[in-house]
Design a protein around this ligand. Structure first.
Ligand code: AMP
Length: 439
């Protein structure tokens, strides 16, 4: 299967090939034809699967096929939970739209709004945004959602975790009811299913890995250790293993700062990334980590979400998350794009319950070892895992149709102006021109 076989035009395929992609990833192969047909999608996909191209490429195809010669209203909106993810998705959009006449932009908080407003005024076809800033800009009438044809919710589970449910509903209330919705989520809790039910209409379910499962090529390892010895153990692991690029997770911002300082004191280059850091500091830390200027990036869950760190060999849980789904998100950063990775957790007696909950979610036992000189002696009783996560341990509720289901009508008409997907039976030729004028 090639990108052309999926129904993408030569201009889009050219940009993708320049990125070095030789063939579509499984999620791209599954999702792109449905998106081109105008269907709603509920996709279970972690970062590292190629999900960004999975939605961006067909959306660009749609936008170019249906472009008005004069007007440039906002027609596709991508919402992401974090600024970093927004910037990263927009970088991808820019690269993939290199050879098509589509204008894109990104807006997020933490930076001045003036230049964002000016860009929006000039008109963009596709916008990537975080919910809070976008709502502000909408309130200021800097942007209109009246012509939105496609809404994409990227990392929807994290948006809910971050408390964006109200903002999302408000934003959606300004959009046309007739639109296509694409929702991507790594995990499926009760809340996320509820959100999907409220937004998606007869969605096609696209899965690339079993729900709530981790990437297959990741080896999980647990080192049982006393809380007070975790830093020494981490330093030993980094130094003995000559690890060059390590992502370390802590539960708190304060913990991230403290650990970073200790690593630096011990001669290991490190930086922290969390919500209290300025946008500039976060961007700089990520850049330094990506280009190997620093070895260790210490992150909290929220800050690390969705970051594109290619071929990351190690992810360390300095502390286990108390919400088991966060474990899945964390280790989504290793073993990506087919490469092997190691997820190592340093677990003290207090965290036994968290480990149990994670094992229940993954439906597998994590291999536990004790390193010589780090034998645990603590007997502090375990803390309880967050009860909120329990809901997702239950049976899967059927909220979506499968691709073969009946009555799965597209929200907008199919728009195969470019190549028609292989094996597709629907298309503009068969269904005629769109009823609704989009401009
Ligand atoms: P994502 O899951 O969208 O964050 O993408 C993860 C990584 O995979 C990014 O570095 C992409 O550039 C890369 N990628 C996306 N699609 C493909 C593909 N078809 N072949 C190879 N790499 C890809």
């Amino acid at each position: 299967m090639t990108f052309s076989d999926l129904g993408l035009s030569p201009a889009i395929v050219k940009a993708v090939e320049e990125k070095g992609y030789t063939k579509p990833s499984p999620i791209q192969e599954k999702a792109i034809p449905h998106i081109l047909e105008g269907k709603d999608i509920l996709a279970s996909a972690q970062t590292g699967t190629g999900k960004t191209a999975g939605f961006t490429l067909p959306v660009l195809q749609y936008l170019t096929d249906t472009k008005h010669p004069k007007y440039r209203p906002l027609r596709a909106l991508v919402l992401t939970p974090t600024r970093e993810l927004a910037a990263q998705v927009h970088d991808n959009v820019r690269e993939y739209s290199k050879y098509v006449n589509i204008r894109s932009s990104v807006v997020f908080g933490g930076v001045k709004a003036a230049s964002q407003i000016a860009t929006l005024k000039r008109g963009v076809d596709i916008l990537v945004a975080t919910p809070g800033r976008l709502l502000d800009l909408h309130d200021q009438k800097a942007v209109s959602f009246k012509r939105i044809d496609i809404l994409i919710l990227d990392e929807a589970d994290r948006m809910l975790d971050m408390g964006f449910a109200r903002d999302l509903n408000k934003l959606i209330s300004f959009m046309p009811v007739e639109r296509q919705n694409l929702m991507f989520s790594a995990t499926f809790s009760k809340d996320i299913k509820k959100l999907a039910e409220g937004i998606l209409k007869n969605p096609v379910s696209v899965e690339t890995a079993p729900q709530n499962s981790t990437a297959k090529k990741v080896t999980h390892k647990v080192f049982k250790v006393d809380k007070g010895k975790k830093t020494t153990l981490l330093i030993k692991l980094i130094k003995d293993g000559n690890w060059e690029q390590v992502l370390v997770f802590t539960r708190t911002k304060h913990g991230a700062n403290k650990l970073t300082q200790k690593l630096i004191k011990d001669g290991i280059s490190a930086a922290a990334i969390h919500g209290n850091k300025s946008q500039g500091a976060r961007t700089k830390a990520l850049k330094n980590f990506k280009d190997n200027t620093i070895k260790v990036l210490v992150a909290t869950d929220i800050a690390a979400r969705g970051l594109d760190i290619p071929l990351l060999p190690y992810v360390i849980n300095y502390e286990l998350p108390n919400v088991p789904e966060d474990y899945v998100h964390r280790i989504g950063r290793t073993g990506r794009a087919g490469a092997a990775g190691e997820a190592i957790s340093l677990v003290c007696s207090e965290e036994t319950e968290y480990q149990n909950e994670i094992e229940k979610l993954l439906k597998e036992k994590l291999k536990s070892t004790v390193l010589d000189g780090f034998e645990p002696t603590d007997t502090t009783p375990p803390k309880r895992a967050a009860t909120q996560s329990k809901s997702s341990f239950g049976k899967k509720k059927k909220t979506t149709n499968t691709s073969s289901s009946q009555g799965n009508k597209p929200k907008r008409k199919p728009h195969f102006k470019g190549n028609k997907p292989a094996g597709s039976t629907s298309g503009r030729g068969r269904t005629g021109a769109p009823k609704k004028k989009r401009f």
